[in-house]
Design a binder for this molecule. Sequence first.
Ligand code: MRU
Length: 358
Amino acid sequence: MASCDFFPDAGGIRPYRYRDGVLHLLDQRLLPTEEVWLEYRDCQGVAEAIRTMVVRGAPAIGIAAAFGAWFAARDIQAENFDGFWREFEQACATLAATRPTAVNLCWALERMKSLVRANALQPTVNLKIALEYEALAIAEEDLRINRALGRHGEPLLADGARILTHCNAGALATGGYGTALGVIRAAVSAGKQISVYADETRPWLQGARLTAWELQRDGIPVTLICDNMAGWLMAKGEIDGVIVGADRIAANGDTANKIGTYSVAVLAKEHGIPFYVAAPISTIDLTLADGSLIPIEERGEREVTHSGERRLAPEGVAVRNPAFDVTPARLISAIITEHGLARGDYRTRLAELVAKGR
Ligand code: MRU
């Protein structure tokens, strides 16, 4: 069994560590006031961690799911392939059902399943070893991908730019470094003065709790605003660009991301401000022709009616809580991936970029 500290030389913030067969997740529900690491050793535990958002952000949940699949494999007793496969597929289905919108979850599980299918003639003990290394590879690659994505995206940000971001598409949401925040980090590393406006991102407050925390830690100037303040700041000329992450990008470039992203994109269009999406190729879902086909997670009403333990809304009020929305491709100035930019004819360019990644 591999025994390693996760990304020992990567530096920076990471949402997890892996050591001696145990996955440690930084409990993102408690940030920024408490830094608590929870330990996971089985598939059910990891599924629960994803569902309850101990770990969140599209690439990070893909990585966690890969470890969940490896834990499931480790616990399977069956020694013949058919028995192993039946239980393994069932465990992957349990993991895949935890959060429906971020396609990276299914992408990572599909990669784990492909490995098993491709090695069907191997003894199960070998499959288990290979699955552990595959989970580690998925995690390590994500960090490299984010750095490449940062290199492609940073030329889009001018020295002195004031950039708005929504939700958290940073180190905490990925294998480290981040997608949208990775582009910002790359621009800062290139010597540019970049300052960030972080939307608080109701109802879960990923912007207030996570983006503000990780940018502060890195010494990148960050100003927190409520979601309903972005339009006014744009109107006053205080925002030069918007950059967000993505949970799933359809073949035509329509992009699902945290609820509120669509409103920001509409505002950016109105004010002539560029609106960029930064995401790895694993977030592109060419099987969906457009964004209307992306499944949108609806979460519990308590996230809307309460702040922590405190009720904010009257008992019995009707509540909607869609966790994501879809920004139409026509509102997106460019999609930044690890293999380069897509803009204009998204359908052709995204297909080319995905092909490059194969
Ligand atoms: O509900 P969450 O916190 O998992 O939503 C996260 C987002 O919407 C992120 O912007 C997206 O996953 C990209 S993370 C690099």
